[in-house]
Design a protein around this ligand. Structure first.
Ligand code: PLP
Length: 466
């Protein structure tokens, strides 16, 4: 429903025709009438409502609010955003009146209402995201959270949930269990719903990991996979991640753009590989990328160990950002090398290959800004070689019960390592299997056949210009 902006100039007949251009405060606050109501409220209304302002509202229209003593206020709260049309918008009032005259209640949970169905249809058409949608009508935010909590458990049969420090999800028992905004909201209500782990939100201004965006590579999300899922939280038991798009009560924190996209990726992966934490895995074709710095061993001998660590940290921050931006899954760092794979997750391999090629080219471009950064610190410039391959590997948790990590194994990984070794600084070298299926237009600098150690047939390789 599109409502025209409504800015009434008057507040109605009992105020006279006052032109409202600014607030009008006539009494000390609260005024005598408001004070009486507040006193009666104290006697009869639950003290659980934690009001801070002694405003007793009589009526409101548009942006103007009139209290019991006829003081007029400019409303910045809009009913905590529930009256986004402005107070008592004529079309909203008309719809309420018409409905109240026709039918007040039958219970939409037991019978059908045409307006309820029509509204669901409208909301489903407006809601973002792909696929079909259905609408659940609830009374409040907390009730919506409770419903989501139950639905996630029902659907996944998982017992564990992730929520964020600073989050406010409501005050009912489940929603409060997810809330981690102020201890006073939780004091004396323990124990809460079990299986909830709170983790730091993407609060870049006061980064909980003491890192800087974007160089951090959105560590706050990476940490979920690298630490949480490896140490305390078996991913196959995770039912849901509860997260505010912009954290509200926690401080009105706008996360960086990748934050939600990356969390979504994790959620998608959890849903698509529910057995992720079990040892072993599935055999499937993936795109594999290995990058390595050229001559880094000799360069690191010419600088201090502190400078070596600085170079590596900065290098990894730049590269990880690019890798994660292309949905690459970092398996391992070995010295200055990085092993990454692109998982089609049950779909066709072509999009994963596309992402891998795009990622490799952008990693080479990113070396430009990495080098200008380290040059400013008087450190030597570096060059990187990248190898790209596609092949059958086992994707899963590799290791022992005591120590396992999500990764890939298979001869295709070893082949990629050999290919990477032939890439000169600044080059991306890829196999025929990548070239044949890459969707983007690629400029091939040179092609050659190479006999790789341990592989019988020579492999056709192509050097691509970034
Ligand atoms: C992000 C968020 N979730 C849930 C709630 C709870 O909503 P309600 O007070 O309608 O139960 C709020 C309320 O402020 C909220 O800000």
């Amino acid at each position: 429903m599109h409502l025209k902006r409504h800015s009434p100039q008057t507040l109605g007949s009992d105020l006279g025709e006052i032109k409202l251009k600014s607030p009008a405060i006539k009494t000390a606050l609260p005024g005598p009438q408001a004070s009486k109501w507040i006193s009666t409220d104290r006697t009869y209304v639950s003290p659980s409502y934690s009001r801070i302002y002694p405003l007793v509202v009589k009526k409101a229209q548009g942006v103007w609010v009139q209290d019991m003593d006829d003081n007029i206020f400019l409303d910045f709260t809009a009913g905590i955003a529930a009256c986004a049309t402005g107070h008592c918008h004529p079309r909203v009032v008309k719809a309420i009146k018409e409905q109240a005259e026709r039918l007040v209640h039958m219970s939409g949970t037991d019978f059908y209402y045409a307006p309820q169905i029509a509204l669901a249809e409208k909301l489903a058409s407006l809601a973002p995201g792909e696929g079909d949608k259905k609408v659940y009508f609830g009374n409040s935010g907390a009730e919506a959270v409770e419903a989501a909590f139950k639905l996630a458990r029902y659907h996944t049969r998982g017992e564990l949930n992730i929520a964020f420090f600073g989050a406010f999800h409501g005050r009912t028992m489940g929603a409060l269990s997810l809330t981690a905004s102020k201890t006073i909201q939780k004091k004396h209500y323990y124990p809460f719903v079990p299986g909830i782990t709170h983790i730091p939100y993407a609060y870049c201004y006061r980064c909980p990991y003491n890192l800087c965006y974007p160089r951090c590579g959105v560590e706050c999300v990476r940490w979920v996979e690298d630490t949480l899922f490896r140490t305390t939280m078996p991913p196959e038991q995770v039912a849901a991640i509860f997260v505010e798009p912009i954290q509200g009560e926690g401080g009105y924190i706008v996360p960086p753009p990748e934050f939600h996209a990356r969390l979504y990726e994790i959620a998608r992966e959890l849903l698509s590989r529910p057995d992720a934490a079990k040892l072993g895995g599935d055999k499937r074709e993936v795109a594999i990328l290995i990058s390595d710095l050229r001559n880094f061993t000799s360069i690191s001998e010419s600088v201090s160990p502190e400078a070596t660590i600085t170079i590596l940290n900065r290098y990894f921050s730049h590269m990880i950002q690019v890798i994660q931006g292309h949905r690459g899954i970092v398996v391992d760092f070995f010295g200055d090398g990085v092993l990454v794979f692109f998982d089609p997750l049950g779909g066709p391999i072509a999009p994963a290959i596309h992402q891998a090629v795009q990622c490799a080219l952008e990693m080479q471009k990113e070396m430009g800004s990495f080098n200008s950064e380290i040059k400013k610190h008087g450190l030597p410039e570096l060059a990187m070689g990248v190898g790209l391959n596609a092949g059958q590997v086992v994707v899963g948790n590799i290791g022992s019960e005591a120590r396992a990590k999500y990764g890939i194994v298979g001869s295709a990984v070893n082949v990629t390592q050999r290919i990477q070794e032939v890439a000169k600084g600044g080059e991306v070298v890829l196999t025929e299997s990548i070239l044949q299926r890459a969707k983007q237009v690629l400029i091939i600098n040179r092609s050659f056949e190479l006999k790789l150690k341990g592989i019988r047939k020579p492999v056709k390789l192509h050097v691509v210009q970034p």
